[in-house]
Ligand binder design. Structure first.
Ligand code: SF4
Ligand code: SF4
Length: 97
C-alpha cells in the first residue's frame, strides 16, 4: 500500500480565481456551481422584495413591475430565496442546462 502524501498548506495552493480587487467578483460566474435553480410562480408573488434582500449573491433584481428576476450567471442555487419567501411562490428545480 502506498503512503499518502500530506495535504498541502493553504498558502501553497494555486491562486485560482480569487476575488482580489474591488469589483472583480463580477468575473466569478458563481452560477457555474449550480445543480438546482429557483423558479417563480408570479401569480402568488406580492412583490415584497424579501427574496432580493436575502439572496447572498445579489443576483435578484426587481423588474419594472416589481417582480424579482434572477440573473442565473450568478445564482448558485443555494435556495435561500425559497426559504425566505413566505408566500411559497419560489421552488427549486433541477437545472439541466
Ligand atoms: S438560489 Fe440562492 S443565489 Fe440563487 S437567487 Fe436564490 S438566494 Fe440567490
Ligand atoms: S419573497 Fe416571495 S413574495 Fe416576496 S418578492 Fe420574493 S418571490 Fe415575491
Amino acid at each position: 500500500m502506498s503512503k499518502q502524501s500530506p495535504a498541502p498548506n493553504w498558502r501553497d495552493l494555486a491562486l485560482g480565481c480569487a476575488t482580489l480587487e474591488p469589483g472583480s467578483s463580477k468575473y466569478q460566474i458563481t452560477g457555474n456551481w449550480r445543480s438546482d435553480k429557483p423558479v417563480w410562480n408570479f401569480e402568488q408573488c406580492i412583490k415584497c422584495g424579501v427574496c432580493t434582500v436575502f439572496c447572498p449573491e445579489g443576483c435578484l433584481k426587481p423588474n419594472e413591475e416589481g417582480l424579482p428576476i434572477v440573473n442565473l450567471d450568478y445564482c448558485k442555487g443555494c435556495g435561500i430565496c425559497v426559504a425566505e419567501c413566505f408566500t411559497g411562490c419560489i421552488a427549486m428545480e433541477e437545472d439541466k442546462d
